[in-house]
Design a protein around this ligand. Structure first.
Ligand code: URA
Length: 216
């Protein structure tokens, strides 16, 4: 897997990341969603540099311009519910992409820290020969992505996989590196050092789904 840790050298991304981490700013759920969406746009822009481009002629009122345009067939797949703002950010730029949605949640074994990942709902088009853009805002243990990848296998083999993530743990990245095909790219805005015993990224941001859509 090729890891692109984009926050290392990107002050715009780091501004958005610092706001989503800040517990005072987090109280504003609309700003939280907006920042995740803006992170999706920046990551989408960076990842677009890996796409292929082919010549296309664009007619203006005064003439014709030869352009290089991307003609790839993209499918953006997101994990409900936390992935929705990130999905929107990508869709703002790749507006002709197809879309897939998967519900995956952690089911804890009573009060214990052990959990299994349950995938319940998924709707995705065929992935055969297409570029799969898989979003997971918090790449914590990597087990959600592992289960989602298994579910998506029923939809065929994509030509390439790009994972878009906001914050990951070192451990989670190492875990998915073993599972995803070699040609997979990971585009991520920050990598944190630790996971706590409940599998949350530390310092991280807390629960991304709750911060975006949870009870007040
Ligand atoms: N999911 C989250 O929302 N946050 C984490 O830190 C880990 C998983």
């Amino acid at each position: 897997m090729i890891v692109h840790n984009l926050g290392e050298k990107n002050s715009i991304l780091n501004q958005f990341i610092s706001e989503i981490r800040d517990s005072k700013v987090q109280k504003d759920a609309m700003r939280f969603r907006l920042n995740i969406e803006r992170i999706g746009e920046v990551l989408g822009y960076e990842f677009s540099k890996e796409l292929g481009y082919s010549p296309a002629r664009v007619k203006t009122p005064l003439g014709v311009k030869e352009m290089n345009l991307n003609q790839d067939h993209l499918v953006i797949c997101s994990i409900l519910r936390a992935g929705l703002p990130l999905h929107q950010g990508l869709l703002n730029y790749f507006d002709t992409a197809e879309n897939g949605f998967i519900s995956a949640f952690r089911k804890h074994d009573g009060n214990s820290d052990n959990f299994e990942v349950i995938v319940k709902y998924f709707a995705a088009p065929s992935l055969v020969g297409k570029i799969l853009v898989l979003t997971d805002p918090m790449l914590a243990t990597g087990r959600t992505l592992e289960n989602v990848l298994l579910a998506l296998k029923q939809h065929g083999t994509p030509s390439a996989i790009h994972i878009i993530s906001v914050i990951g743990s070192q451990q989670g990245i190492e875990y998915i590196n073993e599972i995803f095909p070699e040609h997979t790219h990971l585009w991520i805005a920050a990598i944190d050092p630790e996971l706590n015993s409940r599998g949350y990224i530390v310092p991280g941001i807390g629960d991304a789904g709750d911060l975006a859509f949870g009870e007040k």
